[in-house]
Design a protein around this ligand. Structure first.
Ligand SMILES: Cc1cc2nc3c(=O)[nH]c(=O)nc-3n(C[C@H](O)[C@H](O)[C@H](O)COP(=O)(O)OP(=O)(O)OC[C@H]3O[C@@H](n4cnc5c(N)ncnc54)[C@H](O)[C@@H]3O)c2cc1C
Length: 488
């Protein structure tokens, strides 16, 4: 980088992992005029470590580091001694690929299923999903939604006709929705999921007692103080502002805040979530975004995943129990139920059936965490906490349930600065093409070779979308784009 480039003014919109990583990389490379504008008072975006109940943390957003090899956040956490590999910290959510006999599965009516019968169906489900993740689908399955592919394949197995098997299978699909952030697996592409890369080294790497906040703090230490302006929501990015009154003398872009304050910049890196782009992309940029980018914003999916934390006056589950999973006679991921409910609003009455179950929580011996996704999660977000708690404790374990004394519920779908939880590739969408279009800098045209607006954030990463490391790496990618642009 030449000396003059040090004065290049770069505005980063958003202080989540993508924005912080971009700013840190730019500083490291010698850029000194970098400013981060963050709409919230706090930094972190979808990483939100809180202490609502006791001195111990709860993660309302991201909880685990997914994978070790090639994961910069795992690397950073390891170097700074931020990981916790003890059993107390190793609480995980119950997903089909990691079910153990400590996960208690209950049917409607209170019958508890044997771990063997659960394991049999969950193992089969994991094998089937692995084929999709590893791009090993048969030709006839490639055009199906993930839900349809799983149904067709499961029906060909002996468990596919057993009543209990079908209920466990429905739970598996419901649970997989939390991973895909989809309303339903019938909305997710079976073939495109193979472009997501799961890094080696375990899905559930746990952080120590300061949680994800400790990683955010480590990134903050790499930045000079005062470069993040909190409570500063960006309203518009004018990226070709010739002739616009008030344009700074030499800067190519103007960033206009909600307060109408105008900040001139040479480059802007936009890291707002896909949810925010879906709502605001048409009004946020002037000139308007190119069609290919608007199409990508529309076509990629951005689903809602929420957590319901219930703090009980005492533990009412056996000590060895890792969580209570719920099987319905006809659950929302049953194909017939899904198809019939799709036409009407009846699913609202049974929104709670979308909850997969309640898992125990690290460092909180009397807390359970329920996971819920999709349209049911969005509906749940509109209800009062008390109504949600009342519905949740209508337990069918047969155990008597003590009082819930405190509650914490995420409402990511209604958070105006996120508007959802993470990205998925819907059925019939070419994920790689759309992720690429979303990540492409502006302008596209060769007549104006100066890069003005760049895009980062988990949704822009074609292999690691949905994850914190995907967000981080996308920020580094866009910083490198500018570093290369100015390299002599
Ligand atoms: C419930 C839940 C659980 C998750 N669990 C995991 C997990 O275990 N592991 C994992 O790897 N990932 C997990 N994720 C996903 C992970 O949290 C995200 O992929 C990642 O944090 C996204 O980072 P980002 O920087 O791309 O976006 P964000 O974190 O959304 O950051 C964008 C920032 O932009 C700000 N902003 C928005 N609009 C404006 C505006 N107009 N002006 C200024 N600022 C604005 C926002 O306030 C936000 O701070 C989870 C997410 C959720 C919601």
């Amino acid at each position: 980088m030449n000396t003059a480039s040090r004065d290049i003014k770069i505005v980063v919109v958003g202080a989540g992992f993508a924005g912080l990583a971009a700013a840190a990389s730019l500083f490291q490379a010698g850029f000194q005029n970098v400013l981060i504008l963050e709409a919230n008072e706090r930094i972190g975006g979808r990483v939100f470590t809180t202490k609502p109940f006791t001195e111990n943390i709860i993660e309302l957003g991201a909880n685990w580091i997914h994978g070790q090899d090639g994961n910069p956040l795992y690397q950073l956490a390891k170097e700074q001694d931020l990981l916790d590999e003890s059993t107390a910290a190793s609480k995980i959510m119950c997903l089909p690929h990691c079910v153990t006999p400590c996960d208690y599965f209950f049917m409607e009516g209170g019958k508890q299923l044997s771990p063997d019968s659960v394991d049999q169906v969950c193992s089969l489900f994991s094998k089937l999903t692995s084929k999709a993740f590893e791009s090993e689908l048969k030709e006839e399955h490639r055009a199906l939604s993930l839900g349809e592919y799983l149904d067709v394949s499961f029906a060909e197995t002996p468990s596919g006709t057993s009543e209990d098997g079908l209920k466990i299978f429905e739970w598996c699909k419901r649970s997989e929705c939390t991973d895909e952030a989809a309303s339903s697996l019938y909305e997710v592409s079976a073939s495109q999921i193979g472009y997501y890369i799961a890094l080696e080294g375990g899905f559930f790497n746990s952080l120590g007692s300061r949680g994800y906040q400790a990683i955010l703090d480590a990134l903050l230490r790499a930045l000079p103080s005062g470069i993040i302006l909190g409570n500063t929501e960006v309203k518009r990015v004018q990226w070709n502002p010739q002739g616009i009154e008030g344009n700074g003398p030499n800067r190519a872009v103007q960033v206009i805040c909600e307060t109408d304050e105008i900040i001139d910049a040479d480059h802007v890196i936009v890291t707002v979530s896909l949810g925010v782009l879906k709502k605001q992309a048409r009004t946020m940029f002037e000139p308007a975004l190119p069609k290919s980018k608007l199409d990508a914003i529309e076509r990629l999916g951005f689903g809602t995943v929420d957590k319901i934390f219930l703090y009980f006056s005492e533990r009412f589950w056996p000590e060895d129990c890792a969580g209570i999973q719920l099987l319905w006679d006809k659950g929302p991921e049953d194909k017939d139920v899904y198809s019939s409910q799709d036409e009407e609003d009846t699913w609202k009455e049974t929104w709670y059936k979308k909850i997969c179950g309640f898992d125990t929580v690290a460092r909180h011996p009397t807390v359970l965490c329920g996971w819920i996704t999709g349209r049911e999660a969005l509906h749940m977000e509109t209800l009062q906490d008390s109504e949600i708690v009342d519905t949740c404790v209508r337990s069918f374990t047969g155990w008597s349930v003590p009082d819930v004394t405190q509650v914490l519920i995420s409402r990511w779908g209604h958070d105006p600065h996120v508007l959802g939880s993470y990205t998925f590739v819907p059925h019939w969408v070419n994920g790689v093409k759309e992720h690429e279009a979303l990540a492409a800098p502006l302008p596209f045209c060769s007549q104006d070779p100066k890069i003005k607006v760049l895009f980062a954030g988990e949704a822009t990463h074609e292999n690691f979308y949905t994850t914190t490391h995907g967000a981080y790496l996308s920020g580094v990618r866009e910083a490198k784009r500018l570093i290369n642009y100015y390299s002599d």
